[in-house]
Design a protein around this ligand. Sequence first.
Ligand SMILES: [Zn+2]
Length: 164
Amino acid sequence: MSDPDHEALYAAELAAFDGTDLEQVQPFAAITAVLQQVIDGAWWPAGNVEVRRTRADAGASSTRCAASAAGGRATISLAAPQMTVATAAHELAHVLAGPGRGHDAMYRRAYLDTVRVMTNIDPTDRRMGLHVDQLSSAFSAAGLGVGERSWPAPAEGTGSAFAL
Ligand SMILES: [Zn+2]
């Protein structure tokens, strides 16, 4: 699949989240729990998603974008070294944007939405727009545009401090 935005997206992701706890490796159960709350929540518009862990020795590049759809069911595969909120949000955004989008403008909109919801799902630790803003700024700095969503805007943590 042609995906010219691949490298730029990864660079923007690193610029946005490196040094934050979104890049901290966590237990599979913790990451799965956050993902499941989003998928089971009122906002999630993209159907069932299966989350599973891959073998520990799976290569980084193959697991980083491991969201796939088969038989109408999306699967996210996470490898131990990448068991982070950032990776989970990245993969969930592939499911939200739909297959064949690569890391295009629509994908990037989906990514901003999954980051927003995932970083505001814990009522005791809402980040509001912090991480969405970090990612949005990194996209802008890299000249990566963001498309219009074809799904409902997430209600959780939309806040009033900034508008997207
Ligand atoms: Zn990806």
